[in-house]
Write a protein that binds this ligand. Structure first.
Ligand SMILES: Nc1ncnc2c1ncn2[C@@H]1O[C@H](COP(=O)(O)OP(=O)(O)OP(=O)(O)O)[C@@H](O)[C@H]1O
Length: 972
């Protein structure tokens, strides 16, 4: 704020708005709610930033996570009113005295101390302000203190205006005159009226060359009042004449007045002048006390209400303006204005519990503050467009924000956690506002005589009103005011005409809109039919999905039936296994126990034979015993084999019969079921494919539909409701226009246009949003159904594969089972055949074979012994015969020793020959001729052959038996 701008220069320096934050202590409500302190500020005054911890963290984490906002000055709970005035208002006050327009704004959430800061305690105590006095009382006091000590002329005026629910109200208007007829209007630079030209460029480059105060310059003709004593003395006709004369003068004066007013208006319309409020009363004050009285009067008229957050919550924005006319270079007066703005508090309606009127107020307050926020943002961001005209508040503050005033903003905040959201928002705006640059300029000057005239005229007006009040009965109004009101009335009539034209135009627009609506309805009807078709298609698809589901269920059931069949088959196979086991156990019993018994019997028999042989030397007996044993053995073996064969055959037959009985049926059932499953799977697959193709077709149709028609029509309901709403609003607005003649139609038209555009925009946006909202789940569903279709497809394929593999598994299981069964049947058959070949098996038995071979060996050795004995006996017989022969021969030879001794015969075998005393030439028996070897007796072979075929037969049988034993031993 330190730089001094060039007085009246075009290129005044830019100056940032001063932004301060004032944080009060926790109030009772916050303490009661046990809401902790989350804002870090110095106790009195300090740092250039405010930190707020919006998380639940504590300690260093809280510090790290806290948000910080940079501002120019920060005041804590202990900062008093005096300090705030000194730090914020006093520097501006100095500039105000120098001739700058200045503004102090308080901004913040409800109940944070805006009114306290701006007004505080405005009462006087022993002609002095209290410590709680706010900025306004302090400025008033400071002003007169300063002016009184200076030896210069000055005029001070005050006005107090309220903006409540977007309506301006003069808080100093006591309604004595028909002042309610004088509606307050905002005029701004370059507009010529309250139209829409509010270019920032214009307002920045204005030149302070003219007298701008409209209220001061509004020179009004005053009727010169008669004193009451004069009135009483004059006769009535004279009085009337006098009055006529005065009226004549008045008319002349009015004409001059009109010309002056026109000039004034021209001046007002100069693009370099600032924002001002037409019809707002300025009151001349001569002391701080006067100012305080006006302030108090205005505060009494201000909209205040008790809310949940504040017992005396201000429900409106107010501007208390002090205009100073200070003598400047003789005949000129410098004009400067101090605007002290107390904004209504931003309010969370749900938290403040505002209802009805309070909620409406809060809505309006929040709306205008929102616009203020947008203006601050736009100015801070140096946007090309600043939305000043979007609310009356921002229009009023146009010069103070980014304009040519010196401005300070005090953001008031609460330290409590429950308000942290609003505090953040306030701080955000405050830190943004810090970037706004103004171009303060020494603005206006007024000629001393004009000022004096204006002040005199004001005085005369007051006097005239007073006189009229005293003089007349009934209507107490000066001609001046009457004239003004008549003028206003004229202008209102014009406005009405304009309004009518606008209404007509709006009506024609409305009929066009209705036509549009009708067309929209038709389109919507089409849309509805298409939607219905779509719904039907979706219904059909869901039915198909339903039937699909049922089929799947049937398949699942069939699978479970198959599973149970499989388990039955498995149990049958298990039973077969058990039977097989039983058979094998039986076979083991037969092979193990019965065969060993049989073998034992054989061994016993052999033992018997051996015993018989050893105990009885009788050959015949021996032969007989063996024979008997062998035959018994054979019989027993044959019997046992027969029994075993019979048993095995029976078992095999039973088993085979049972298998043959059961297997075909089981196989038939399984095969039937497998066929059924195959058919069902095939049908299911076919139907699934059909359904999938249907779904895919439906999906394609839908896609096509979306491509072709979606978003080409607006949503019927939303559009209708919005059209109706717009129509109602338009009607309401039109009626309002008719009823309230004083309103400016151009502004209404503009507002309505904006409203309509906004409404249509919001309708379209909402329709699209709704359409999107409706479409989103549909889209999601379709996407999901597409996934579902894919998953159906994959499930179906998987199921198909699973079924096929399961069936092939069943088939292979049955195949392998059949193989196993046929193998076991073959095995059993082989085993049974083995029984059949038991004789052969017995032949392979080594033990039996060795036993039998032992028997045969023994038999052979016996036979050898016998043969040797026979041979020996035969030898003895032969020796004996030979001896006999030799003796005979010796006898004979005695007679014919010399004649017949030509043939020599030797002994047959060794010892006989040794015993021969003659020692003849001995020939071994094998060299002997048969006739000599055996003499007249036959050879052993012959003897054997002679012994008959019975022995040979026995021998052969022995050999066969031996062979059989060999087989049995092999089997074993
Ligand atoms: N710094 C402060 N020191 C002492 N009291 C304070 C301070 N700030 C506010 N208060 C008190 O808090 C209460 C609410 O303050 P005030 O009415 O000024 O809030 P406000 O912001 O103007 O609220 P609204 O927006 O609802 O009008 C008052 O009783 C006021 O005296």
């Amino acid at each position: 704020m330190g730089s001094s701008p060039v007085e009246g220069g075009e290129d005044a320096e830019e100056l940032n708005i001063t932004v301060a934050v004032r944080c009060r202590g926790r109030n009772e409500r916050e303490i009661k709610a046990k809401s902790s302190v989350v804002v870090s500020v110095p106790d009195v005054i300090g740092s250039h930033e405010v930190a707020i911890n919006t998380t639940d963290d504590l300690g260093i984490t809280a510090q790290m996570n806290s948000k910080t906002y940079a501002v120019d000055k920060v005041f804590g709970p202990s900062a008093n009113q005096q300090l705030i005035f000194k730090e914020i208002a006093e520097p501006l006050f100095g500039d105000f005295l120098k001739g700058y327009n200045c503004t102090v704004l308080v901004y913040g959430m409800t109940s944070t101390g805006k009114t306290y800061t701006m007004t505080g305690d405005e009462k006087l105590y022993n002609e002095e302000l209290s410590d709680a006095a706010g900025i306004i009382p302090r400025i008033l006091f400071k002003l007169f203190e300063t002016l009184d000590v200076r030896d210069e002329d000055y005029v001070v005026k005050c006005s107090f205006v309220e903006l409540y629910n977007e309506e301006l109200k003069d808080l100093l208007d006591d309604g004595v005159e028909n002042s309610s007829m004088r509606k307050l209007r905002i005029y701004d630079s370059g507009s010529g009226s309250n139209s829409n030209n509010s270019s920032r460029k214009n307002s920045r480059n204005n030149s302070p060359k003219l007298v701008t105060d409209p209220m001061i310059n509004r020179r009004r003709m005053r009727t010169m009042p008669l004193s009451s004593s004069q009135a009483k003395q004059q006769p009535q006709w004279q009085q009337r004449r006098e009055q006529q004369h005065q009226q004549h003068q008045l008319r002349e004066q009015q004409q001059r007045e009109q010309q002056a007013q026109q000039q004034q208006k021209d001046q007002q319309r100069d693009p370099h002048s600032g924002v001002y409020i037409q019809n707002l009363q300025d009151f001349h004050i001569t002391s701080a006390r006067d100012g305080l009285q006006l302030l108090q009067k205005g505060l009494r008229n201000r909209q205040v209400a008790t809310t949940k957050m504040n017992d005396f919550s201000s429900r409106s924005h107010t501007i208390f303006s002090i205009t100073l006319y200070r003598e400047h270079q003789g005949e000129m007066f410098k004009v400067s204005k101090m605007n002290l703005v107390d904004l209504a508090g931003s309010e969370n309606i749900s938290r403040s519990g505002a209802q009805h009127q309070r909620a409406k107020e809060a809505g309006s307050i929040n709306q205008s503050l929102l616009t203020l926020g947008r203006v601050i943002n736009s100015l801070a961001d140096k946007s090309a467009h600043v939305p000043f005209r979007e609310s009356k508040l921002t229009r009023l503050l146009q010069d103070s924000l980014g304009g040519n005033t010196k401005t300070a903003l005090i953001a008031t905040i609460s330290p409590a956690k429950i308000n942290s959201e609003e505090t953040c928002s306030t701080l955000q705006y405050a830190s943004k506002a810090k970037n706004i640059k103004n171009r303060p300029q020494l603005r206006s000057f007024i000629m001393k005589d004009i000022l004096v005239k204006n002040v005199t005229a004001e005085l005369a007006k007051v006097k005239s009103d007073l006189f009229s009040t005293k003089l007349r009965e009934g209507v107490y109004m000066s001609h001046d005011n009457y004239k003004e009101i008549t003028n206003d009335l004229e202008s209102y009539k014009t406005e009405i005409q304009e309004s009518k034209r606008i209404i007509e135009r709006l009506s024609s627009q409305n009929s066009l809109l209705l036509k549009d609506k009708k067309a929209s309805n038709e389109v919507n009807e089409l849309q509805r039919i298409k939607l219905q078709n779509m719904r039907d298609a979706v219904g059909e698809l869901s039915e198909k999905l339903e039937s699909q589901h049922k089929k799947e269920q049937a398949l699942v059931d069939m699978t479970s039936t198959l599973k149970s069949t499989l388990s039955i088959t498995q149990s049958v196979i298990k039973e077969y296994g058990l039977r097989e086991k039983q058979i094998s156990e039986r076979m083991q019993v037969i092979l193990g126990q019965e065969f060993s018994e049989f073998r034992q019997m054989l061994v016993n028999n052999i033992e018997d034979i051996r015993t018989n042989h050893s105990s009885d030397g009788n050959f015949q007996k021996e032969q007989h015993g063996i024979q008997t044993n062998l035959s018994l053995l054979r019989e027993e073996v044959v019997r046992l084999l027969g029994l075993a064969q019979m048993k095995a055959e029976k078992m095999y037959k039973d088993w085979i019969e049972k298998i043959l009985e059961e297997t075909p049926a089981v196989f038939q059932t399984i095969s039937d079921k497998v066929e059924q499953v195959e058919v069902t799977v095939e049908t299911y697959h076919q139907k699934l494919t059909e359904n999938l193709s249907d779904i895919s077709e439906g999906y394609n149709n839908l896609k096509q539909y979306f491509n072709d028609h979606f978003f080409k029509n607006n949503h019927e309901e939303i559009l209708n409701s919005h059209l109706d709403k717009t129509y109602q609003q338009l009607q309401f607005s039109a009626e309002g226009l008719l009823q309230r003649f004083k309103q400016m139609m151009v502004e209404h038209l503009k507002d309505n246009k904006i409203l309509m555009m906004k409404s249509l925009q919001s309708a379209t946006t909402e329709a699209i949003d709704k359409e999107m909202q409706l479409f989103e789940p549909q889209k999601k569903r379709w996407e999901e159904s597409f996934d579902l279709i894919n998953s159906c497809d994959s499930i179906s394929n998987g199921f198909n594969c699973d079924m096929k593999s399961a069936l092939s598994g069943i088939k292979s299981t049955f195949g392998s089972s059949t193989d196993v069964i046929s193998r076991s049947v073959l095995k059993v058959k082989e085993e049974v055949k083995g029984y059949e070949d038991a004789s052969a098996i017995l032949e392979d038995n080594e033990i039996v074979k060795s036993q039998i071979s032992d028997i045969i060996n023994k038999d052979n050795s016996l036979r050898d012994g016998l043969r040797k004995s026979i041979e020996s006996s035969q030898g003895h017989v032969s020796a004996f015969d030979a001896l006999k022969e030799r003796i005979k021969n010796t006898i004979v030879s005695e007679d014919s020793i010399f004649h017949q001794n030509k043939i020599v015969t030797g002994p047959v075998v060794g010892q006989n020959s040794e015993r021969s005393p003659l020692k003849p030439t001995v020939l071994p028996p094998n060299q002997l001729p048969e006739s000599l070897k055996y003499g007249s007796r036959s050879s052993p072979k012959d003897q054997l052959s002679r012994r008959g075929s019975s022995e040979l037969k026995r021998h052969q049988e022995n050999e066969a038996l031996e062979e059989n034993f060999n087989k049995i031993s092999r089997l074993e």
